[in-house]
Ligand binder design. Structure first.
Ligand SMILES: NC(=O)c1ccc[n+]([C@@H]2O[C@H](COP(=O)([O-])OP(=O)(O)OC[C@H]3O[C@@H](n4cnc5c(N)ncnc54)[C@H](OP(=O)(O)O)[C@@H]3O)[C@@H](O)[C@H]2O)c1
Length: 297
C-alpha cells in the first residue's frame, strides 16, 4: 500500500483510507459488529493505516466500534473523527450545528473516551457553523493540540475563505470533501487553494456512495433508513441517466481486468494535490474486490 503525507504536515497515512460511516449509519441499518471488526482487521492486514469516523455516526456507536476494533493496532494506525453537530436529546438525529469552543472540548473528551485513545490523530470540523467564527473554532482545536489531546486539525466541506482564515490560526492538515468522477466541484477553487497552502485533501465517497461500482441501477430501492433514498442523484431517472458513466468505467476496466470501482478509485484528477481516498465498503468481499489492483493502469 502506498503512503501519502497530508499536505505539509507530518501525518503519513495509507493512500487508501477506510471510511467507517456506513458500518453504523447513513446506508441502512447498522451492520453486524463482529463482521465489521473482521473487516477493519482485514483492512489493517492489507496495509490501511487511515480510518475515518465521527461523533455523529451512530451517533457514537461508530467511534466505539472503530476504537475497540483498532485497539490492538494502536500507534500503528491513524483515526480521524469529527465534531460540529448538535445532537438531539435522544442522541440523534442531529438537531443542528454546534462548533462553540466549549462544545468542541466536550466532544473531544467524549470521543477520546469512545475511541479509547489519549490523542485524536485528526479532528475535523464536520460542517462549518455560521454562528461561530472559524477563528474561534481553530483556536479551540489549537488549545486541544497544545494539551496533547489532538494531533491534527481538519475541515470538511469548507470554502476557500474559511480554509484560509482557519489556517492562519491553526495550520489545517487536511480538508475532507466529496470528490469523485461524478462530483468534481472542488477542482474549481478548493484544490488550487489547498495546493497553495500545503493542505492535504481527503476525498470522501470516491465510489459515488456506491453508484460508481455499477451495482446500482434505476431499479435499486433504498430503505427509508438509507440516506441515499432522499438524494436527487439516486432517483431512478438520475441513476438511469448517469449509467452511461458507469458503463464507460466498465469499458475502460475490461481490458485491464479491473472493475468499475477499481477504475473510479484509480482515477486522480491532474489538478489534485497529494490526497488519499476515504472509501467505505461494509463487507470483506467488497473490500477485497475494490482494493485489489487492476492488472495495469
Ligand atoms: N466529511 C463528510 O461530511 C463525509 C460525508 C460522507 C462520508 N464521509 C466519510 O467518507 C467515507 C466514505 O464515504 P462513502 O461510504 O460514501 O464511500 P463510497 O466508497 O463512495 O461508497 C460506499 C458505498 O459503496 C459500496 N461499495 C464499496 N465497495 C464496493 C464494491 N467493491 N462493490 C460494490 N459496492 C461497493 C458500499 O456498499 P456496502 O456498504 O454494501 O459494502 C457502500 O454502499 C465514509 O465512510 C465516511 O467515513 C465523510
Amino acid at each position: 500500500m502506498k503512503k501519502r503525507r497530508l499536505g505539509n504536515s507530518n501525518l503519513e497515512v495509507s493512500a487508501l483510507g477506510l471510511g467507517c460511516m456506513g458500518m453504523s449509519f447513513s446506508y441502512g441499518p447498522p451492520r453486524n459488529r463482529q463482521e465489521m471488526t473482521s473487516l477493519l482487521h482485514a483492512a489493517v492486514d492489507r496495509g490501511v493505516t487511515f480510518f475515518d469516523t465521527a461523533e455523529v455516526y451512530g451517533p457514537f456507536t461508530n467511534e466505539e466500534l472503530v476504537g475497540e476494533s483498532l485497539a490492538p493496532f494502536r500507534g500503528r494506525v491513524a483515526i480521524a473523527t469529527k465534531f460540529g453537530f448538535r445532537l438531539g436529546e435522544t442522541g440523534g438525529p442531529w438537531a443542528g450545528l454546534d462548533s462553540r469552543p466549549e462544545h468542541i472540548r466536550e466532544v473531544a473528551e467524549a470521543s477520546l473516551g469512545r475511541l479509547g485513545v489519549e490523542t485524536i490523530d485528526l479532528f475535523y470540523q464536520h460542517r462549518v457553523d455560521p454562528q461561530v467564527p472559524i477563528e474561534d473554532v481553530a483556536g479551540a482545536v489549537k488549545e486541544l493540540i497544545q494539551e496533547g489531546k489532538v494531533r491534527h486539525f481538519g475541515l470538511s466541506e469548507a470554502g476557500v475563505e474559511t480554509i484560509r482564515r482557519a489556517h492562519a490560526v491553526q495550520p489545517v492538515t487536511a480538508l475532507q470533501s466529496e470528490y469523485s468522477l461524478w462530483w468534481r466541484e472542488p477542482e474549481a477553487s478548493v484544490l488550487p487553494a489547498l495546493e497553495e497552502l500545503g493542505i492535504g485533501f481527503v476525498p470522501y465517497s470516491p465510489l459515488g456512495r456506491g453508484f460508481l461500482t455499477g451495482k446500482m441501477d434505476e431499479n435499486t430501492e433504498f430503505p427509508a433508513t438509507d440516506f441515499r433514498s432522499g438524494l436527487p442523484r439516486f432517483t431512478p431517472d438520475a441513476m438511469k441517466a448517469n449509467r452511461v458513466l458507469v458503463d464507460l468505467l466498465a469499458a475502460l476496466g475490461s481490458g485491464k481486468g479491473a472493475t468499475p470501482a477499481q477504475i473510479a478509485l484509480a482515477w486522480r484528477s491532474p489538478g489534485s494535490p497529494g490526497s488519499c481516498r476515504s472509501r467505505g465498503p461494509r463487507t470483506s468481499t467488497a473490500w477485497k474486490r475494490t482494493s485489489e489492483r487492476p492488472r495495469s493502469s
